[in-house]
Design a protein around this ligand. Structure first.
Ligand SMILES: [Zn+2]
Length: 277
């Protein structure tokens, strides 16, 4: 009888042991993801959208020292689609507009510290730099198609679409619908623009992307409907906040939040401002 009771106890203990970690697993599947948004990296001046190379490097060292591991936006897609996992403390770093100074100043820092970044390209800026022949100046140039190809092939970078030529306030605000446009006209104009950049990526750089960054953070249900029908899966806004992502739930990919990294903060103050530790 005593033996029977101890075997019973063992079975009950094993059963409860199996239950505890599995319920923890469910709880762990919500992951907090800060996404940082950089633009220009310059030594000569600072601004709301200009960070110095030293501050950028300090940011990455701060993240590293606080246990963060950088991942791509495409890793968020895999996680939210249930096909990939995330590290315990993930961080996503993005650069908007495709400035050449990202290549000149940021690329060596990312390679040295083994950090990853997603760079969102404006096609018309890249076409202008490439075709004018006036490129590779960190102060004002944008990345050429060749540099974008090299970045996409580099283990530490991936590329997103930031429109071909809708990074303007006029005649529409970003990808916003014009007041005199009906849905079908809007759909055609947005599709033509975004697919023009995808075609450039494909023909000149040998890849396509399913990551979209909204110019000036402007978006709507209509723009989501159109862009998701074109195959885009992750959408970067300029709404500030942390992202709470659940494995297998892709609804949050529709409006991923980002913190603009203004050049006016020190590294410590910036991370205090966004509230991560
Ligand atoms: Zn932009």
């Amino acid at each position: 009888m005593k033996k029977f009771l101890s075997i019973l106890f063992l079975i009950v203990s094993l059963f409860s042991f199996r239950n505890t970690p599995s319920s923890n697993c469910i709880a762990q599947e919500v992951v907090t993801v800060p996404i940082l948004m950089y633009h220009s990296i310059l030594k000569s001046r600072k601004g709301e959208y200009i960070v110095s190379p030293d501050d950028l490097k300090n940011d990455l060292l701060w993240l590293k020292n606080h246990g963060y591991e950088s991942i791509f936006v495409s890793d968020l897609i895999k996680y939210c689609e249930g096909t990939g996992d995330l590290p315990q403390k993930p961080v996503v770093i993005t650069f908007d507009d495709g400035h050449y100074n990202n290549y000149y100043y940021a690329k060596p820092i990312f390679e040295e510290l083994k950090f990853k970044a997603t760079i969102n390209i404006v096609g018309s800026y890249t076409e202008f730099s490439t075709s004018s022949g006036d490129f590779d100046n960190p102060n004002y140039s944008h990345l050429t198609w060749e540099e974008i190809k090299l970045l996409q092939e580099n283990d530490f970078f991936e590329i997103g679409n930031h429109t071909y030529n809708m990074h303007n306030f006029e005649p529409r605000y970003g990808i916003g619908k014009k007041t005199n446009e009906n849905f079908e006209e809007y759909k055609k104009n947005l599709t033509d623009d975004v697919e023009k950049l995808e075609k450039c990526f494909k023909d000149k750089c040998g890849f396509t992307t399913n990551i979209f960054a909204y110019p000036f953070g402007k978006y709507s249900d209509d723009s989501y409907k159109i862009l998701s029908s074109l195959g885009f899966k992750a959408f970067l806004t300029c709404n500030e906040g942390l992202n709470y992502l659940t494995k297998g739930d892709s609804s949050k990919l529709k409006t991923l939040k980002r913190y603009n990294r203004s050049g006016f903060y020190t590294t410590e103050d910036f991370f205090k401002h966004i509230g991560i530790e």
